[in-house]
Design a protein around this ligand. Structure first.
Ligand SMILES: Cc1cc2nc3c(=O)[nH]c(=O)nc-3n(C[C@H](O)[C@H](O)[C@H](O)COP(=O)(O)OP(=O)(O)OC[C@H]3O[C@@H](n4cnc5c(N)ncnc54)[C@H](O)[C@@H]3O)c2cc1C
Length: 406
């Protein structure tokens, strides 16, 4: 038997689905969130960056204070080199007239997810159903029919509005036949976490620093728990899409050893590296971000290189735009606002997100020392010019209107 409901249905209790659900619920809309996994949030490594416009969205949901209090505040974007003395800083204060929060935060995605799940669980307009897997979706002009399996029991639900926030392998997207085209970068990223106190050895080290070097670009990011060091590396095992490896690629070890050479007397064992994570970055965009009464958001709609930390942020920004669109769609009983949402967010991906993260990714492959020195000199000139500094920080902060003007 099919149960018909008036609630908006959100597939996926990831950050994007939950921001959509909480945004709608706070404006009086009843929402059902279907999540295939259990409620438990494992301390998994994924995104950790929160850019200023995303923090404003969390602020509108009443969550900014908790996040700011738990996060590492980043007031400088730093570029330096493993072999050259230059250190270039771009100040977030350059955008202070443009945003409410002129800084970037590092706060692990699993903590954001836990906060969102707890907030959603407490809201009377949200029904969170865990271990409820959406198996298929059928769209008609008047409604959307879902087949859901919860602990072996199958049921059918009919709703007016569906949000596909079910991640990169989105079953909703596949079920309605929307292609996710693009490419996967050939080389993986290797990431390690260490509690080693780098900040005690480099007095000028910013919590986010990008180090060029002869083997590629090493990024160092301080989160509340640890330092994360990441680099695009040679593949150790071609079959590894994402997961933990015991032995890292030789170029990654060599790059870390170059970093440690700057701290006399230290060796790799001082970092106490317990595991190496590898993952592959993609540049992919869905052919359409909506289909009638179904809207796609987050990784279900687009995947991007993690260089610059824009994946999670762009998804949360989709969710915020989608809340506005859904409120209008419900009020007018029209799919038009959803179609406009879809077109605007696809354009955002094509005009800003993909070109920016592609450029960020390309700076990774730049090993020649003279080229690196020239690049650092160019960055230093930009940082010294207030207009150029503002433009660079605006772009890194996803202030898209401004970034697209430059
Ligand atoms: C290794 C790694 C590192 C990353 N690093 C960064 C970074 O540094 N900075 C950054 O900004 N981004 C980063 N990202 C990207 C970021 O994690 C994603 O963009 C973000 O998680 C997208 O959120 P989402 O809610 O769209 O999808 P997800 O977080 O994937 O959530 C989707 C949810 O849907 C559920 N689901 C899926 N299918 C179904 C179904 N059929 N029925 C019910 N539920 C379903 C899933 O269980 C999941 O809970 C990284 C990603 C990875 C994998």
């Amino acid at each position: 038997m099919t149960k018909s409901i008036n609630d908006v249905v959100v597939v996926g209790a990831g950050p994007v689905g939950l921001v959509t659900a909480i945004g709608l619920a706070q404006r009086g809309v009843k929402v059902i969130v279907l999540e295939q996994n259990s409620a438990e949030v494992a301390p998994q490594w994924r995104g950790s960056t929160i850019h200023p416009p995303t923090l404003e969205i969390f602020d509108q949901l009443g969550l900014a204070e908790t996040i700011i209090n738990g996060a590492v505040k980043v007031e400088l974007l730093q570029y330096r080199d493993l072999e050259l003395p230059d250190v270039v800083n771009f100040k977030y204060s350059s955008i202070s007239g443009l945003v409410k929060f002129p800084y970037r935060l590092q706060y692990e995605q699993y903590k954001v997810l836990k906060l969102l799940r707890d907030t959603a669980a407490e809201h009377e307009n949200i029904e969170l159903r865990y271990q409820a897997e959406v198996k298929s979706v059928t769209v008609s002009p008047a409604s959307v029919l879902l087949e859901i399996e919860t602990l072996g029991v199958t049921e059918q639900l009919e709703t007016n509005w569906l949000v596909a926030a079910d991640g990169s392998h989105s079953k909703v997207r596949k079920s309605i036949g929307i292609e996710l085209s693009g490419f996967t970068y050939p080389l993986p990223t290797t990431v390690v976490a260490t509690a080693f106190p780098f900040e005690n050895y480099f007095s000028d080290l910013a919590p986010v620093s990008y180090w060029s070097g002869p083997l590629g670009r090493l990024s160092m990011i301080r989160t509340p728990d640890i330092w994360r060091i990441a680099m695009t590396t040679q593949a150790v095992d071609d079959s590894t899409e994402r997961g933990t490896i015991e032995k890292p690629a030789a170029d990654f070890v060599a790059a870390i050893n170059l970093l440690l050479k700057l701290i006399p007397g230290t060796t790799l064992s001082d970092l106490d590296l317990k595991q190496y994570e590898v993952y592959r970055s993609h540049q992919r965009v869905a052919a359409e971000f909506s289909f009638g009464r179904v809207a796609l958001a987050g990784d279900a709609a687009h995947l991007t290189s993690t260089n610059g930390g824009m994946g999670l942020n762009s998804g949360v920004q989709d969710a915020s735009a989608l809340v506005t669109a859904l409120l209008a769609a419900i009020a007018e009983n029209s799919t038009e606002p959803i179609t406009s949402y879809a077109s605007a967010r696809k354009q955002f991906c094509e005009r800003f997100l993909q070109p920016t993260t592609t450029a960020n990714h390309e700076t990774v492959d730049n090993p020649d020392q003279a080229t690196r020195a020239a690049r650092l000199a160019k960055l230093a000139a930009q940082a010294a010019d207030p207009a150029q500094e503002l433009a660079a920080v605006a772009k890194a902060s996803m202030l898209t209107d401004l970034a697209l003007q430059n």
